[in-house]
Design a protein around this ligand. Structure first.
Ligand SMILES: [Fe+2]
Length: 348
């Protein structure tokens, strides 16, 4: 059988599966205060906070759960040096949930908890789960309007200014695995994922959960140490303006950049990665390619990480001078208000 024929056969088995996205990512933490600060400043909405656990949401309701690392209900660490515990995928149909349950129960332990979440482990050893999401997916309330030489979409309206990112959803998750072929086979054969692109020789494989989807929802990178690890979780924002404005704000609050900002030639997305204190990185991204069954996977030989990127964020010089930026202008405005208020107070 040709390679193409083989790939088509793998894709045909489960291709009607209706994945809604990454429904939840679960972490442990030895310092919940620090974790709370990190994900709040990242721009997630905190839905609950106790002395034992935190729950955050993106704009569309994807969740980041953080529990005390000694919490007995947490799955064990996947990698010793990280606090990543599990990724849960959302499903639109109960029949898909039931199908996956039956299928995976044939050769591994599968458990359903009180919340109705199915927990198991994939063939690489990554703790995964599935949940039938009953609520309708939330829509993005507004969109970025662009003007180009040929198209004027934004008329009589000033474009948005971002002083904080508000991620709309978790778009993809990336892992280091010992064998990318093992990972690819599991997701394509057992869950109906589609191949988008690959690096030859098993160096990396980009997968998506539907034939019509963002370029990748899962990316596996061959581990240099043969170990498993979380590489990063990607949060989608509206536009390059939000990547840069939000990234800059996060950076100014003291959170270190992993790499970025920049742009990937694979998927065409703009990115900015930051170090996650609980393991791996978190990424703001936007403007990723959307592909269909007409997409032809590439087999890349040379690393194509970036079209361009800044290595270590945008360094901000603090020489006491105000820059001609919106931030600078606001500081001048505030200074003037303070000066005007001061004599009034003095005369009272
Ligand atoms: Fe990414």
């Amino acid at each position: 059988m040709t390679q193409q024929g083989h790939e088509r056969q793998l894709q045909s088995k489960e291709e009607s599966m209706d994945f809604l996205g990454i429904d939840r990512v679960v972490f442990g933490a030895t310092d919940l205060v620090k974790a709370n600060e990190f994900f709040t400043q990242w721009g997630l909405v905190r839905k609950s906070k106790t002395s034992k656990a935190l729950m955050f949401e993106t704009g569309n309701g994807n969740q980041v759960m953080v529990k005390r690392s000694d919490d007995k209900s947490l799955p064990p660490k996947m990698a010793d040096h990280q606090e990543f515990r599990e990724v849960i995928y959302g499903l639109a149909k109960q029949s898909d949930f039931d199908h996956i349950h039956q299928n995976l129960s044939a050769d591994r332990c599968v458990e359903v908890d009180d919340e109705g979440i199915m927990h198991t482990v994939d063939d690489s050893g990554i703790p995964i789960g599935f949940r039938w999401v009953r609520e309708k997916p939330r829509a993005r309330p507004s969109d970025t309007l662009w003007n180009s030489p040929a198209h004027k979409k934004r008329v009589d309206v000033v474009s948005s200014v971002y002083t904080q990112a508000h991620p709309f959803k978790m778009g993809h998750i990336v892992f280091f695995v010992p064998d990318t072929q093992v990972a690819e086979n599991f997701y394509r054969q057992r869950l109906g994922f589609w191949l988008s692109d690959r690096y030859v020789g098993g160096a990396g494989v980009f997968l998506r959960w539907a034939k019509k989807s963002e370029h990748h929802n899962l990316f596996f990178v061959k581990s240099r140490t043969s170990g498993l690890a979380l590489h990063h979780i990607a949060f989608e924002v509206d536009s390059i303006h939000e990547v840069l404005g939000g990234g800059l704000a996060f950076s100014q609050k003291g959170f270190p950049t992993e790499v970025g900002p920049g742009r990937h030639p694979i998927s065409s997305a703009y990115f900015w990665y930051f170090k996650n204190p609980l393991g791996g990185a978190v990424e703001y991204f936007c403007d990723a390619d959307f592909v269909t069954e007409k997409w032809k996977p590439h087999h890349y030989r040379v690393n194509r990480f970036s079209e361009w990127h800044l290595n270590n964020g945008i360094e901000l010089k603090d020489d006491g001078k105000l820059r001609p930026s919106l931030k600078g202008a606001r500081e001048i405005e505030q200074q003037k208000k303070n000066e005007m208020a001061a004599p009034m107070k003095a005369t009272k």
